[in-house]
Design a protein around this ligand. Sequence first.
Ligand code: ADP
Ligand code: MG
Length: 588
Amino acid sequence: MKELQYLNKYFIKYKYRFLLGLLITIVAQIFSLFTPELIGNSIKVIEDYVKSAQKDVALLKYELLKNILYILATTIIAGFFTFLMRQTLIVMSRYVEFDLKNEIFNHYQNLSQHFYKRNRTGDLMNRISEDVGKVRMYVGPAVMYTLNTIMRFTIVVIYMYNISPKLTLYSLLPLPLLSYSIFKISSEIHKRSGAFQQNLSNLFSFTQEIFSGIRVIKAYAIEQKKQNDFLALTKESNTKAMDLARVNSLFGPLMILLIGLSNLVVVYVGGSMYINNDPEIESIGVIAQFILYINMLTWPVASLGWVSSLVQEAEASQKRINEFLKEEPAIKNPTHLPTKINGSIIFNNVSFVYEDTHIKALNGVSFSLEKGKTLAILGKTGSGKSTILSLISRLYDATEGEITIDNQPITTVNLYDLRNQISVVPQDAFLFSDTIKNNIKFGNEKATDEEVIEAAKKAVVHENIMTFNDQYETILGERGITLSGGQKQRVSIARALIKNAPILLLDDCLSAVDTETEETILNNLLTYCKDKTTLIVSHRVSSAKNADEIIILEDGKIIEKGTHNELLEQNGYYKDLYVKQLSEKEIS
Ligand code: ADP
Ligand code: MG
């Protein structure tokens, strides 16, 4: 129960609803007790009639009819209150489920990159849906049935005891056995359904990956192999489901057996007492009454076993949820004071090691960039270019050295203001399954249609968009149109431009664009970036030559640094690249 204590705050939040539920449960229980008593009484009336000398049929009929009407009335009232009980307690559990889902989602969003690399998407989704569902079974049904059982048990046993202590004792004897066996079966069900769920999770992750990678699978024609993998997974799933069904089907017969046993005990012991003229059993009606009581008790008592397995499951699920909720974001916001960013950036001997792979991506990198200036970063793949940009948006923190923004250490700047004032075009442009317009407006919710078009024109993608049937309303992604790599990059650039932030980070975002279009975009950027601090990562000299400074990275170290002309004089990597790309241009 330790993990489930986390939920206490929700019980406190919904305390009035909870207490109301408790009250309603008591009322429902009291009303459901009338039926056995009235039936017992009816039998007694018939018995008296049979024994009496002058047979008054009219009186008998009157008494029986009265009892029937009472039974009808109290049953309806009990039913109504049971309905209200579910309405309050189960509805409360739905509220808690809603709150918990939102809490987890919000927390997920705050966690850092590192967390997402360590955990699989399928697992994250499972915890926010399956596990929350299991926890709800604790907050709702488990709590409700427990309350119900306690109330019913207390009230019924007091009633029974008042009529006949001896018969009460005998008829309660089989109940612990019932509860224990149900508990055993429920635990077994729990274990097997856990195995089944785990398998389902695997199946889910597997199919998800297949669907997202369907293009590659088709291109390599490995459908048959994947089909076999799927078959193996579903076979396992099938075996697990059969295992589960076997214990599940034991449940019903066992219940019936044990209830039958209790009834036999009541009939045998009660009957013997009646025959021996025991004063506690004044009429056969009492035996009927007891049979009804016992039947009223068996289901709640059996449900204790079921409830305890629900609680076990919820405990395991809440543990998994708590694991993630306890996870602290690696990158924390140091202050809630708003920060206005000007845009000067300094790297002072910065090194960075990726925690999981232990790759040293940056090694003693230093540069300083004044507000409004442009820095171009060139180098082979894997030399650490993207890592520099990640450190500026604080997706990671430097392992050694210091980064400052406007001469303040970056770790002391308000994190959200920092990110809000940086426009990023990442290397792998990601677009959402939404309209093109909304994908661009993602950079600035308040942008007008004119501004969207303006940004698209600067990114030289407007003409492309106008050729689609729905133009800016064209849906992208899974259910819509698939853009080419270059188109994606340009939409992604438009998104960054519309944000109009003082710092602009461009990560190799023209790689899939032809050189002519690149030239136009770079020209557009020249005016746009006049007052903005810009870092442009590229493979091409053409993107770099106009920058105020160019650095060349190799294995995380800066090997060359200077302006276009200075670097050409150095006769190093940059010069080589320049000559090579110049000749390529001449050929084409
Ligand atoms: P570039 O952008 O110049 O191609 P990166 O900055 O992406 O280079 O990568 C630098 C090095 O860090 C590479 O060796 C790469 O494998 C490694 N690396 C990049 N991103 C990650 C990551 N998220 N986790 C672990 N290692 C990474
Ligand atoms: Mg990169």
